[in-house]
Design a protein around this ligand. Structure first.
Ligand code: AKG
Length: 310
């Protein structure tokens, strides 16, 4: 594994733009690190928000003392995270990567417990979880603690965003992890640390393969993850969260832009019962009544049912 370049700014809040080199690096490698974006005082305020009793309670209930917990819908749990999601220092850079009109797809507080050896997160492409009609999606992780190899900081496979859709399906269901081991095992030199200091961010393309090892530091590690999408990317599967579609920059779109690709929808095991299909509520385009009527169609062929309703 090799240490990658980190763009270290002169002071927090420096340029609101990515340089030509950073843009070229994102296109080529599929990720970026931008350090010193938020001041120590701002990081303290974000840590205080993560320590809010309500947030702490929800983390505890989900077992954050034992394993890696991603507390979703974090922008709705504390205003500090809502403001962070639309902070111009983040969105102005994203605009250079995915366009001026940007929405949040989801947000979360990503924690790793201090318990040694806990908190690993397997190799995956984010797009496999929530496919959209085009590929203009990117993740930003804002570090509340320095990310290090010891505390389970993220690694990425350089250039993997150019490999297309990798297989995440095991035994017919979405497994949450990429099964194509050869991508990281055959080219270890391409596996690079994606680690920003507290107050810095990482940005990666939705197809960049990434993951993170366990935390061996004995101290907790916290980061806020925002998944962003171009306004004209239409979500095809997984969930519409309470903050999905939050317009963080520009305007919504009255068009859907479609890439020329076919994508496998993540089939979530055990979710079939919720909507009669396993792809999450974003996929549902059937009204509650229709879903009920459709139950009858299972017993009778469609043509017969259509005739019966005329
Ligand atoms: O918490 C981590 O380090 C991993 C986060 C991650 O890979 C993700 O949110 O997609």
């Amino acid at each position: 594994m090799k240490h990658m370049r980190s763009s270290v700014g002169p002071k927090w809040g420096h340029s609101k733009m990515l340089s030509k080199n950073e843009l070229a690096q994102f296109q080529e490698d599929g990720y970026l690190i931008v350090n010193d974006l938020f001041s120590p005082a701002e990081v303290e305020a974000l840590r205080a928000a993560a320590d809010d009793p309500c947030v702490r309670k929800q983390l505890k209930e989900r077992g954050a003392d034992e394993h890696c917990v991603h507390l979703l819908e974090i922008t709705a749990k504390h205003d500090a995270f809502k403001e962070l999601a639309r902070d111009n220092r983040i969105t102005s850079r994203l605009a250079q990567l995915i366009g001026e009109d940007i929405q949040l797809q989801h947000s979360k507080l990503a924690t790793k417990p201090s318990k040694k050896g806990a908190g690993a997160f397997g190799w995956h492409q984010d797009f496999a979880y929530f496919p959209h009609s085009n590929l203009d999606l990117a993740a930003v992780m804002v570090m509340l603690d320095d990310a290090t190899p010891e505390n389970g900081g993220m690694y990425a496979v350089k250039g993997s965003h150019k490999l297309g859709f990798l297989n995440h399906t095991r035994d017919g269901y979405f497994g949450g992890e990429c099964l194509e081991k050869q991508v990281w095992e055959a080219h270890p030199k391409n596996v690079v640390p994606l680690m920003a200091r507290a107050g810095g961010i990482t940005i990666h393309h939705a197809l960049t393969l990434h993951g993170s090892p366990p935390n061996h530091s004995g101290r907790p590690r916290r980061g806020v993850v925002f998944q962003y999408r171009a306004s004209d990317a239409y979500q095809l599967a997984d969930h519409v969260w309470v903050d999905t579609g939050f317009q963080v920059r520009g305007k919504p779109s009255d068009r859907v832009r479609c890439g020329a690709f076919t994508v496998e929808l993540p089939k979530f095991k055990g979710r079939e019962s919720a909507f009669g299909q396993p792809f999450g509520n974003a996929y549902v385009q059937t009204g509650a009544y229709a879903a009920n009527w459709n139950k009858d169609l299972k017993a009778a062929p469609v043509a017969q049912a259509a005739v019966a309703t005329v």
